[in-house]
Design a protein around this ligand. Structure first.
Ligand code: STL
Length: 422
């Protein structure tokens, strides 16, 4: 039983540090407590399905999970979220994440939500922060944040505080493990080194592999082409997937395949497992069918629907089978993209619907992401040209003077073309 739970907790991860800590808790018959945190900076995008799908495993193993919205961190990371917007953004994140869990059928009654500002403004936390600042070298703080904190010239002191506060969060959230992407690794090892120096326990750290965005690179909130918003309309989803890089036979830099591997197939597996357990695993809050057609053989985790004249539908029982077919060019990018578009739209449908039916959520979204005001054009002031210059003056003997304003406008226009938009 303890072994089974440990296997569930650690499966499909890239790396586990301090697994013995979790094993010891399970061996005592106790419930491990963990958390996953995010900073409420830009808009949450469907890349969040990856960690949230893994959270389903933790819950299935009866772990107690906290979803942590790092509001103060969002501001500390180069003010990615201005302080006056952070409060609205945390509310928006909470709305979206709750509905993602519902869409996945993950019982939200077993989840806790917490905000950074719930504990980070207390006297105790602040004193611990000062104690930590008197222990950590500047060098270590900088190194720990290197992959997570935006690196800029004239770096702000806030970036140096970021890793220490995250380490202290483990203590103040009262958890046994923290879960995050492997990009958090340096912060995690920092926490393992420094919490014991303050007299606190070392926690376990569970890390997901980094998943390429649909455009091929890291799924970033700042590149609109690489991310699909949870509220994107079905047509927008289709267009973004259509534009995604997905080269025939190339399984290496393939954001579409990565999404199938880390979200769609685990979700199918969860749904099949739920059906096997008579529906005791998931809440019937949404569509609980795997991404397979009704006529698919038992154990199918993904169906590619295809016209008979192109060989008919293919049913896959594992990701590796699908990947191998793609590598051998037996599965065409267009057929894969169609299937993935449909699956994503099935996952997004209940989220879009919940938002459309919730006026408060719509209000929060407006406040959280105000449309930036267009820059006011400076009123044109007429400066008369000096004598002998200007439109009405005689042209110089060597002919045309380039129109600087026009060529600048042309250069700007050229910049607007998205790179590789084919
Ligand atoms: C990001 C992007 C991301 C994860 C995080 C931030 C994590 C932040 C965080 C902060 C404090 C914690 C835990 C996690 O205690 O993918 O901008």
């Amino acid at each position: 039983m303890a072994e089974e739970k440990y296997e569930l907790i650690t499966r499909n991860l890239q790396e586990t540090l301090g697994g013995d800590i979790i094993k010891a808790i399970l061996a005592e018959g106790k419930t491990p407590k963990g958390y996953w945190g995010t900073a409420c900076t830009g808009r949450p995008h469907i890349g969040y399905f990856v960690p949230l799908t893994k959270v389903a495993d933790f819950l299935q193993a009866d772990a107690e999970m906290t979803i942590y919205l790092a509001d103060i961190h969002a501001f500390l990371d180069n003010m990615k979220a201005p302080l006056e917007l952070v409060g609205h953004r945390t509310k928006y994140y909470k709305f979206i994440l709750l509905n993602v869990f519902k869409s996945l059928g993950i019982p939200t009654s077993k989840l806790k939500f917490a905000l950074g500002s719930d504990h980070q403004l207390t006297k105790e936390f602040n004193m611990d922060n000062y104690r930590l600042c008197a222990t950590v070298t500047e060098h270590d703080a900088k190194k720990a944040g290197a992959e997570v904190v935006k690196q800029v010239d004239s770096a702000l002191l806030s970036g140096l505080l970021y890793p220490g506060l995250q380490a202290l969060d483990e203590q103040y959230l009262g958890v046994d493990f923290q879960f995050g992407g492997v990009d958090q690794r340096k912060i995690f090892t920092f926490a393992e080194l420094y919490l014991p120096r303050l007299g606190y326990k070392k926690r376990a750290h569970l890390m997901n592999e980094m998943v390429p965005g649909l455009a091929g690179g890291k799924m970033s909130s700042s590149d609109p082409n690489s991310k699909i918003d949870f509220l994107d309309a079905p047509e927008v989803v289709r267009k973004k997937i259509k534009a995604a890089f997905c080269e025939e036979g190339n399984v290496a830099e393939n954001g579409i395949l990565a999404f199938v591997k880390t979200v769609l197939i685990p979700v199918s597996e969860l749904r099949l497992e739920n059906a096997r357990k008579g529906g005791s695993l998931l809440e019937p809050t949404g569509d609980l069918k795997p991404f397979a057609t009704d006529d698919a053989p038992e154990g199918t985790v993904f169906t590619i629907e295809r016209d008979e004249k192109f060989g008919g539908s293919t049913h896959y029982a594992s990701y590796d089978d699908l990947k191998n077919d793609f590598a051998e060019k037996k599965l065409h990018p267009l057929d894969l993209k169609t299937a993935v578009t449909n699956a994503i739209n099935r996952l997004l449908d209940p989220i879009r619907k919940a938002f459309a039916e919730d006026e408060e959520a719509q209000q929060i979204e407006k406040l959280a992401y105000p449309v930036p005001e267009k820059k006011q054009k400076k009123p044109k002031v007429y400066h008369p040209p000096p004598p002998g210059k200007g439109r009405n003056a005689q042209a110089p003997a060597d002919g045309a003077v380039p129109d600087a304003a026009a060529s600048h406008a042309a250069a700007e226009e050229a910049k607007q073309q998205p790179a590789g938009s084919a």
